[in-house]
Ligand binder design. Structure first.
Ligand code: PLP
Length: 234
């Protein structure tokens, strides 16, 4: 019998494909990431059984436990705020770091990747809503950050990521997704050596349909796959 997690994934994939087709996009140009923060291993295994092969983690400590246990054949991306002093741990764990939002962090990660002999794909996280509560670089500073990071030999800039302000109506998030896409296009026009700008990581449980319509190549989904997370204790 199919699990609830699998049912959710099937429905999400249908909605993603429909949104892509509405904009004349190939549905295979958008990847579904399962966001597994606080999710237990059993339900992550159900998602993997349902064909998910891209996983997003927010916390280095959780990833250190889960990736060796469940990781085989999957692609893991770091999507959470990354402290500079944790850079050394992410090099061997993740296939991409989506949360690069400051030069200091990029410089340290570059150094660690160099020492390990790997080139790490990264996304620059942009705070499209300019919210003080959120990480991400402000849109106005993103170009400079991409240019600076492009000079780091062990990092490969592949695009942008954002987490827009939360709205009860997902339509209200549309201008922020559009802003990220336009920023991506402006940076791509500069043809900065070593910079790809192919990925747009945007859209979560409540607004991924709108994000796909606006050009997302990766949607990051937690609750719509796994159900509500337990409230944060902090
Ligand atoms: C938790 C999280 C998500 C997924 O959020 P849901 O609302 O559960 O879909 C996506 N991106 C980031 C950066 C997250 O922290």
């Amino acid at each position: 019998m199919e699990s609830l997690v699998e049912k959710n994934i099937i429905r999400i994939r249908e909605d993603m494909a429909a949104a892509a087709l509405r904009r004349g996009r190939d549905p295979s140009s958008v990847r579904l990431m399962a966001v597994t923060k606080t999710v237990d291993d059993e339900r992550i295994r159900e998602a993997i059984a349902a064909g998910v092969c891209l996983i997003g983690e927010n916390y280095v400590q959780e990833a250190q436990r889960k990736i060796p246990l469940l990781g085989e054949g999957l692609e893991w991306h770091m999507i959470g705020h990354l402290q500079t002093n944790k850079s050394k741990y992410v090099v061997r764990l993740f296939h991409m770091i989506q949360s690069i939002d400051r030069i200091e962090l990029a410089r340290e990660l570059d150094k660690r990747c160099g020492a390990a002999g790997v080139v790490m794909p990264i996304l620059v996280e942009v705070n499209t809503g300019d919210e003080s509560s959120k990480s991400g670089i402000s849109p106005g500073e993103a170009v400079t950050l991409v240019e600076t990071v492009s000079a780091f030999k062990n990092l490969s800039v592949e695009g942008l990521m954002t987490m827009p302000p939360w709205f009860s109506d997902p339509e209200e998030a549309r201008p922020f997704f559009r802003k990220l896409r336009e920023l991506r296009d402006r940076i791509a026009e500069r043809d900065i050596p070593g910079v790809q700008m192919t990925e747009l990581s945007m859209g979560m449980s409540d607004d991924f349909v709108v994000a796909v319509e606006e050009g997302a190549t990766i949607v990051r989904i937690g609750r719509a796959i796994f159900g509500q997370r337990p409230p944060k204790i902090s």
